[in-house]
Design a protein around this ligand. Structure first.
Ligand SMILES: Cc1ncc(COP(=O)(O)OP(=O)(O)O)c(N)n1
Ligand SMILES: Cc1nc(C(=O)O)sc1CCOP(=O)(O)O
Length: 395
């Protein structure tokens, strides 16, 4: 089993800082034992060591006062955090992230603690800025005898109670999360959709959609990478007709203008689509909006657009698509579900099939999106019936 020791690496701070390390250890302990071990150990540098390394993160109050140092650190592959009052910026050689808002005095200790749970640096920083000493989740700390980060297919049965538990140190109040800079002002909210969207197959053609509607599926997505405009028009029109006839919720991936024109129930977009899609036009046409996310930072980005649902992936490894981010696992999923509960429906996606559906639903998500579990099923009817039964739908 992959249990992380509930401690922060003793060399997490440079120069060594006993009080900071102790605070980081306390916060790390409050996050429980079921997180993956960190893939790499970062060192947070409050002053400059002789030579920066790619695992160093330089923490400065005013980076512009040190232009040469800043350049040298980025060239060495290190990261820079500039912590001004009420604003934090993270800069790497290829990315810049910025947050604004209040933060706890212990945010740096919290950052080391979230990194020790293997969150990517920008996700760990998002959580650290949201962290508060007194905002504790209720409920038991995760069961140390189970490892819900593991794919339950791999080596053990899922412990559903453990998968759902929220660690006391996890920031559960969305109001303490920082604002992400560089996003448009919040627009109007998208129309709502049910919290429990149920089984949500994501399939490549209208024919697949018809086959699944016949088998009782009522939330479905057309996801094709075809660029043939005439084919897309015909497929989307056919899929919309079929879904309407069954009163089903049909989302169209990517092709938002065609979805509007055809009168689809909704559109599903990725984070990069947010730069180009006309969200006002989608909202004005009354379509729902689903947004992909892959961690806490993207979740905050998505929330700003007030979508109808948020998808979180990939929960498990998938071969359907090349994922730039590591699988989230069930522990993270449960914490995201706890955070978003009552705010926006959460859909889990990535590597989900019959063998894990119970464990996925036990995290508190209202829906599971699947590709191969239906498109590669040897017996489609049996596969859909078996999956639907976990959502309380019988044929
Ligand atoms: C329910 C659901 N979740 C995530 C995705 C992925 O969408 P996107 O990020 O747009 O990536 P591609 O589908 O374009 O590869 C999805 N389609 N549906
Ligand atoms: C299309 C897609 N998007 C993902 C994300 O995490 O954004 S994972 C994914 C593929 C899901 O396929 P399967 O059910 O076959 O693993």
């Amino acid at each position: 089993m992959l249990h992380t020791p509930e401690r922060v690496d003793s060399e997490a701070f440079w120069p060594p800082a006993d009080e900071l390390l102790e605070a980081a250890d306390d916060i790390r302990a409050s996050l429980g034992s079921n997180w993956p071990a960190p893939a790499r150990k970062l060192r947070f540098c409050l002053s400059a060591p002789t030579r920066p390394s790619p695992t160093d993160v330089r923490v400065l109050i005013d980076a512009s006062a040190h232009p040469d140092e800043r350049r040298a650190w980025l060239e060495a592959g290190a990261a820079i955090i500039e912590a001004a009052p009420a604003r934090v910026e993270l800069r790497t050689a290829s990315e810049v992230y910025a947050w604004s808002g209040e933060r706890s005095d212990d945010w740096l200790a919290a950052l080391a603690a979230f990194c020790a749970c293997d969150f990517a640096l920008h996700d760990a920083l998002t959580l650290a800025l949201a962290w508060r000493p007194d905002a504790h989740a209720t409920g038991p700390i995760t069961d140390p005898t189970a490892d819900p980060t593991a794919d339950p297919r791999a080596n053990q049965p899922a412990d559903h109670a453990a998968a759902r538990a929220i660690a006391p140190g996890w920031p559960v109040d969305l109001a303490t999360y920082p604002a992400i800079e560089g996003l448009p002002a919040p627009g109007r909210p998208f129309p709502t959709c049910p919290d429990a969207l149920g089984l949500y197959p994501v399939v490549p053609t209208a024919e697949w959609i018809e086959r699944l509607l016949e088998r009782g599926v009522r939330t479905i997505q057309l996801r094709t990478k075809s660029t043939d405009g005439r084919w897309l028009d015909a497929e989307i029109a056919r899929a919309v007709r079929a879904a309407r006839a069954c009163d089903a919720r049909l989302f169209i991936n990517d092709h938002w203008q065609r979805a509007i024109d055809a009168g689809a129930y909704g559109v599903h977009l990725g984070q990069e689509d947010l730069q180009t899609a006309d969200l006002d036009a989608i909202a004005a046409a009354g379509l729902r909006l689903g947004l992909s996310t892959h961690g806490p930072y993207e979740m905050l980005v998505a929330l700003r657009f007030r979508p109808s649902y948020i998808a979180m992936g990939a929960v498990f490894p998938t071969t359907t698509k090349q994922m730039p981010t590591a699988p989230q696992g069930l522990v993270r999923l449960a914490h995201y579900a706890g955070l978003l509960s009552g705010h926006v429906p959460l859909v889990a996606i990535g590597g989900i099939d019959l063998s894990v559906i119970d464990a996925v639903l036990a995290t508190g998500v209202g829906s599971a999106a699947v590709v191969r579990a239906v498109t590669e099923a040897p017996d489609l009817t049996a596969a859909v019936d078996a999956l639907q039964a976990h959502f309380g739908v019988s044929d």
